[in-house]
Design a binder for this molecule. Structure first.
Ligand code: PLP
Length: 428
């Protein structure tokens, strides 16, 4: 495949956009080469500026769960756009999508819409701090909650001390309020809680991790977090920006029957438009302005185009009783096929999978936390990525990312992908 025009467009972009991209992972830094510029997409396929067709396993990092340019979403956006694109005043549409979301997700009474997953997580933490009147939070290494300051934190020196900034521009003052824990390690969390008694407002977690590859929680991990939070007056925040409306109608809360105190959404809930949301029971949500003292706002929050897209998406998912089983079956089929050919070609690997999320790691050891996710052979991954790209298959340009399976993928697409993996894995 030829990427001549994409390369030219990237060179133009680099002159006026830092690194040529508006979000860093798009720049292909982890895999080398120059990014592909997309012209359009439909169903399971993207078409780039050079006329190549790519089978898409990223789907805008999750939102396009029913495929690209899903007709009901496109129609809803077109119809709404004709009526005006933003008012900064309430619309009935906001209540409709809120009511539907509240009916689909367990354990929430009210939901507030924002413009991104970053905003949702940032606001959820502020709400938790206001509600508990405590400052510190615990987050897990390798979990991503967007790019707000409190989350750009790496482990400081000593396991029990506070974190340090992982990006210049984040102050030490902010970093000291974020404690870093190890995913799937309850003892570690317990130690942090004991060393910071009555100071921790919230534990925020991806209840199924998706930003260090796909890492499902070990048995008992989420239950353990729930118990520790309840026992210590800490709020449990499930960041379901990736898993919400993807792993089940009601997300991980439903899947594992565990109640979080605050839940964050993004990606699927916006149907491909910029939407995030956070939700909780009344006692917590009523703490938010204008009802309560915790401030949060947004000029474009609840934007009619975004809400129309999100509503059409949630309705489609809500009305299709078989959707999540169908997605899981396709993902399992892909898993079995890839496993078969990688084994036949003597590749060392681990595959993690849950529902419609799957990740391939070039390492034999189980991948259960950030450390084990970082152990994979990145050289193999780079070859794998570029090899698949040459076959017309697009996976994320980083070994730390999950593949997202969409309902638009046919079994022929999956077979084609498995054959391509067979071919590419002979070169690893
Ligand atoms: C993508 C993601 C975010 C950030 O969402 P943005 O819309 O990119 O700001 C937060 N949390 C999780 C779990 C995510 O996957």
């Amino acid at each position: 495949m030829i990427y001549k025009r994409s390369s030219q467009l990237f060179a133009e972009a680099e002159k006026v956009i830092p690194g040529g991209v508006n979000s860093p992972v798009r720049a292909f830094k982890a895999v080398g080469g120059t990014p592909i510029f997309v012209q359009r997409a439909k169903g399971a396929y993207m078409y780039d500026e050079d006329g190549n067709r790519l089978i898409d396993y990223i789907n805008s990092w999750g939102p396009m769960i029913l495929g690209h340019a899903f007709e009901p979403v496109v129609q809803a956006v077109i119809e709404k756009a004709k009526l005006g694109t933003s008012f900064g005043m309430p619309t009935e549409l906001e209540t409709q999508i809120a009511a539907l979301a509240v009916s689909m997700v367990p354990n929430i009474d009210k939901i507030r819409f924002v413009n991104s997953g970053t905003e949702a997580c940032m606001s959820a933490v502020r709400l938790a701090r206001g509600f508990t009147k405590r400052d510190k939070i615990i987050k897990f290494a390798g979990c991503y909650h967007g790019h707000s300051d409190s989350f750009l934190i790496q482990a400081g020196s000593g396991a029990v001390t506070f974190g340090s900034p992982s990006s210049p521009g984040v102050t030490e003052g902010t970093a000291k309020d974020t404690l870093l824990a190890i995913y799937n390690d309850l003892e570690n969390v317990k130690t942090l809680i004991e060393a910071n008694k009555e100071q921790i407002a919230a534990i925020i977690v991806e209840p199924v991790a998706g930003n260090m590859g796909c890492i499902p929680p070990n048995e008992g991990f989420l239950e353990g977090l729930r118990e520790m939070c309840t026992a210590n007056g800490i709020l449990l925040i499930f960041d379901e920006v990736m898993t919400g409306f993807r792993l089940a109608k009601g997300g991980v809360q439903e899947l594992f029957n565990i109640k979080a105190d605050i839940v964050c959404f993004g990606k699927v809930i916006g149907g491909g438009l910029p939407v995030g949301a956070f939700a909780a029971r009344n006692e917590i949500m009523n703490y938010l302005a204008p009802l309560g003292p915790v401030y949060q706002a947004g000029t474009l929050s609840g934007n009619p185009l975004a809400m129309a897209a999100g509503l059409a998406m949630l309705q489609a998912l809500n009305n299709d009783a078989a959707i999540f089983d169908r997605l899981a079956a396709k993902t399992a089929y892909l898993h079995e096929g890839i496993e078969r050919v990688l084994k036949a070609n003597n590749v060392v690997f681990t595959i993690n999978r849950i529902g419609s999320m799957i990740s391939v790691h070039f390492d034999a050891a189980p991948v259960v936390d950030f450390k084990s996710a970082a152990n994979g052979d990145n050289e193999s991954f780079k070859k794998f990525f570029h090899g698949l790209l040459q076959e017309g298959i697009y996976i994320a340009p980083s070994a730390y990312e999950t593949w997202f399976i969409t309902d638009a993928l046919s079994y022929e697409d999956l077979d084609f992908t498995i054959q391509a993996v067979d071919k590419v894995s002979k070169t690893l």
